[in-house]
Design a protein around this ligand. Structure first.
Ligand code: NDP
Length: 294
């Protein structure tokens, strides 16, 4: 039977450290603050927002929500976003995506201050993550996988890791973070010729495809570490991952559950990024203008 990698344990361990850092910042007169920018009120955004707010409050981060009407025009949306972006009391910005179909997120990805881009959507942060530069912010979900592996003492150096999924929010940045830790990384996608063999070859397998239970027991190497990023609703309306959990339990040495795995660590990584950003602003803010010295 697998050792279950509980996201809540990882989040708890991260919480203690974040509380201390937030307290240190407060003593220097800086209250770490996250702005959530939400257009409309999709139930999944509201659910994530509730969790994120709770996590921020627990560690001492102020969370401000900018709720914009679903029918907001592009220009007004960009104006509202630039106000948050320029606010010296905000250290991190999280924009819920996807935006409604009539809005284009690309202008704000370019506009966002890379120092406040705590979920890694700016091309500056993407480039840094791809270059292995640790000053860049990676998307929180991708980094959450690395946090879980680190917490459970799973070494990455020299390990064969297969990532199923190549999106810009999970698969690709995660592959780069793993590469930075000296893993030998294979990225799979819908055109991968021998997906089963690529998965079987993996000492560490990460599923981030968004397909309910697509990773069967046969695809898992005996004794592998399996991290499941997928969040899906199965035919019975039940939440499940990309991995066939029951089958995986008999093969994997370590396994992350859904729910309660990677998803439970994402908002802790977000909090970690906000604190890091607030710390940067605290160290670099010019006393006279409250701007940032670059
Ligand atoms: P996307 O749909 O953007 O990307 C899915 C990727 O998986 C694509 O690269 C796609 O390949 C690949 N893929 C899909 N089906 C298969 C298949 N049958 N075989 C091989 N590869 C496949 O999804 P995201 O990256 O945004 O999200 C992935 C999953 O992670 C989702 O379930 C999502 O809900 C979850 N998620 C979880 C978060 C968390 O906090 N835990 C946060 C963000 C996402 P191709 O490029 O060829 O199309």
């Amino acid at each position: 039977m697998s050792k279950i990698m509980q996201g809540t344990d990882v989040a708890k361990a991260m919480k203690e450290e974040l509380i201390l850092k937030a307290e240190e910042l407060k003593q220097k007169g800086v209250i770490p603050a996250l702005a959530i920018v939400r257009v409309g009120a999709r139930p999944e955004d509201l659910a994530y927002e509730r969790g994120a707010r709770k996590r921020m409050e627990l560690v001492g981060i102020t969370c401000k929500v900018m709720e914009l009407p679903e029918d907001i025009g592009q220009e007004e949306f960009e104006r509202a976003f630039s106000r948050v972006n320029a606010d010296p009391n905000i250290h991190g910005i999280l924009l819920f995506q996807p935006l409604p179909g009539h809005l284009d997120a690309n202008p704000v990805k370019v506009m966002i201050d890379p120092l406040k881009d705590v979920d890694g959507m700016s091309p500056v942060n993407i480039a840094k993550v791809f270059a292995g530069d640790e000053t860049g912010f990676a998307p929180c979900t991708a980094e959450a996988v690395v946090e879980i592996l680190r917490y459970y003492g799973i070494g990455l150096e020299g390990k064969r890791v297969t990532v199923v999924g190549r999106s810009m929010v999970v698969g690709r940045p995660l592959a780069m973070l793993l590469l930075r830790e000296h893993a030998t990384v294979t990225i799979c996608h819908t055109r991968t010729a021998e997906l089963e063999a690529e998965c079987q070859n993996a000492e560490i397998l990460v599923a981030a495809a968004g397909k309910a239970r697509m990773i069967s027991g046969e695809m898992i190497r005996e004794g592998a570490v399996v991290a499941d990023v997928g969040i899906n609703v199965d035919e019975n309306g039940k939440l499940c991952g990309d991995v066939d959990y029951e089958a995986a339990e008999t093969k994997a040495a370590y396994l992350s559950p859904v729910p309660g795995g990677v998803g439970s660590v994402t908002s802790s990584v977000l909090a970690k990024h906000v604190i890091r950003s607030a710390d940067y602003f605290a160290k670099n803010a010019c006393k006279h203008c409250r701007g940032v010295v670059v």
